[in-house]
Design a protein around this ligand. Structure first.
Ligand code: PEP
Ligand code: MG
Length: 576
């Protein structure tokens, strides 16, 4: 029995048999060797493989119909990439190389170029190239049989183990009995992980060495809520795993039944629970779990896999659909937050440190056209329901004012065109850069609302890369510096009577839900899966207890002490 640990990114406890995804073998056929007479035959083989791959992609694309944003475009994007590479593949065969060699050389070159860039998003694109390479090699009959083809074989409950998985490989899991997913690499917000979450597959990432430790067919227990992976569990562990799995499923079902209840403490204080969403299924999941509205719509995920931005009309349609599903609930839409850990637009120039680069609102200001189209769409849907606009990565008042001016210009333009819109919807800012926390009083005076984004407030405040599993243990919501920043923000909001929401992942972790509520947070926007637990937890305590616990936490001097105190005093729902 071997126990490994990683980052818990998608909850649930499952046991299954290991299905090991192997890396694409390196160059399979030597250069040259195809005589001029054989070139037409080899070209025909290549063309047939390309055609077969394209047909598979078309079928897969059709099966993803109805999914929004990135998920929807994956296979279409792969088809486009394959079409782009096809002339180079043919040229390589015309030079006298076998089709396998052409695939290896041409696609490896593209992939290596992408991998050489330090930007994680381009690295993710490199994974798409691997995906295409595997598909072509399979079509050529040249990929080792050990590499499982999920699109061809029906499977029992298996645990997929890989160093990385391409988004297309994960998307192909839909409708199959995949018990869980374990990856060596990949952060909690990589495309593949987002898709796993959307499909409800328990997942742990950053499990270094797992592909060497596992043998195909090994029995594995994955606890996606705890980040635990146990290879070849003994009988007792297996029993525990099954028990946990059943408890987890029973609890999920019971929690779901409580979705209609208010998140109200025993002494009558209420919190508002909202959903963080990226794709349409998240909106549905949020509504099913009793979200009163959407507190954070991450619009950068509306870009498709090829990096094409949605048009004004497409955005209006998406937000209108969301408003209709929320049935009167508020819809807070964040303007584009491209860059760094988020999706990229294709023409972005390379930046050595993307997290500190021309990302987010800075990119919007540098690209007035797409920003204008987005603002127009937002103003238009704001006339149809409770729509609020939220600005990401605000560092100073200048950004808020510049965005307000852009909004006024978009409104004037719509008015000139006679297009129905609301000229002045609420405009709020995310407080996720330490600079913004330091001037929270100034922001609270000018913004219509604040939203605390601890995912980035921790990243920038504690200088810890949110995507890097190697430093994940330094990413600590319990750090006194973070608690002081949150205190400052909440105080400023209270003085100016500016509404404030917590939309960072921290808000969904039981111990921090209680701490934040005790500090005065009354609106939580959470990943839909976290909503039922937060509701039950808040219903089980008094605001008085939470306040006194929060005050005690703020008197602690280290992250360890805060965490220990919270763990001693908060009984998580399920296991957190
Ligand atoms: C945050 O930074 O806390 C946040 C909610 O936004 P995102 O995770 O999209 O950066
Ligand atoms: Mg953020």
């Amino acid at each position: 029995m071997t126990e490994l640990r990683g980052l818990p990114v998608s909850g649930g406890s499952r046991v299954g048999y290991a299905l090991l995804f192997e890396e694409v073998p390196d160059v399979r056929a030597p250069a040259g060797g195809v005589s001029p007479d054989d070139v037409p035959g080899e070209l025909a083989r290549l063309d047939a493989a390309i055609e077969e791959a394209l047909a598979q992609l078309e079928g897969l694309q059709a099966s993803m119909e109805g999914q929004a944003g990135l998920v929807s475009g994956i296979f279409e994007a792969h088809a486009a990439m394959l079409n782009d590479a096809a002339p180079r593949l043919r040229a390589a065969v015309q030079e006298g190389n076998a089709a396998e060699h052409a695939v290896a050389v041409v696609l490896h070159t593209i992939r290596e170029r992408l991998e050489a860039l330090s930007n994680p998003v381009f690295k993710q694109r490199a994974q798409d190239i691997v995906d295409i390479e595997r598909r072509l090699l399979r079509a050529l009959g040249s990929l080792s049989h050990e590499t499982p083809d999920l699109t061809a074989a029906p499977l029992g409950p298996v645990v997929v183990v890989a160093s990385t998985l391409t988004p297309s490989e994960v998307a192909a899991f839909e409708g199959r009995e995949i018990a869980a997913m374990v990856l060596e690499y990949g952060g909690p917000t990589s495309h593949s992980v987002l898709i796993a979450k959307s499909l409800g597959i328990p997942c742990v990432v950053g499990v270094m060495g797992v592909t060497r430790a596992v043998h195909p067919g090994d029995r594995i227990w994955v606890d996606g809520s705890e980040g635990l992976v146990v290879i070849a569990p003994d009988a007792d562990t297996l029993e525990r795993a099954r028990g946990l799995g059943e408890r987890y499923d029973r609890l999920e079902a019971a929690l779901l039944r409580e979705s209609g209840l208010p998140a109200e403490t025993l002494d009558g204080y209420r919190a508002s629970l909202l959903a963080n969403v990226e794709f349409r299924p998240d909106v549905e999941a949020g509504v099913a779990r009793g979200a009163e509205g959407v507190g954070l719509y991450r619009t950068e995920f509306l870009v498709d896999e090829r990096g094409r931005l949605p048009t004004e009309e497409e955005q209006v349609a998406t937000f209108r659909w969301t408003l209709e599903h929320l049935r009167g609930g508020a819809l807070t839409i964040r303007t584009y937050d491209f860059g760094s850990d988020k999706p990229e637009v294709p023409d972005r120039r390379f930046e050595p440190n993307a997290a500190l680069g021309e990302r987010s609102l800075r990119w919007c200001f540098a690209h007035p056209e797409p920003f204008r189209a987005q603002l127009r769409a937002l103003l238009r849907v704001a006339a149809e329901g409770d729509v609020r606009i939220m600005l990401p990565m605000v560092g100073g008042l200048e950004e808020l004012r510049q965005a307000r001016r852009a909004l006024a210009e978009a409104s004037a333009e719509l008015a000139r065109e006679g297009v129905a819109h609301r000229p002045d919807p609420p405009l709020g800012v995310m407080v996720e850069i330490p600079a913004a926390a330091m001037i929270a009083d100034l922001l609270a005076r000018e913004a219509d609302f604040l939203s605390i984004g601890t995912n980035d407030l921790i990243q920038y405040g504690l200088a810890v890369d949110r995507l890097n599993p190697a430093v994940a243990h330094w990413f600590r919501p319990s750090h006194p510096a973070l608690l002081r920043m949150i205190r400052t923000i909440l105080d400023a909001a209270a003085v100016h009577r500016t509404p404030v929401t917590m939309c960072g992942e921290m808000g969904g972790q039981s111990i921090y839900t209680v701490l934040l509520f005790g500090m005065g947070v009354r609106a939580f926007s959470l990943t839909p899966g976290y909503l039922p637990r937060a509701r039950r937890l808040l219903r089980s305590l008094t605001a008085r207890e939470a306040r006194s616990l929060a005050a005690e936490c703020l008197r602690q001097t280290t992250a360890d002490d805060v965490e220990a105190l919270l763990k001693a005093r908060v009984q998580p729902v399920g296991r957190g």
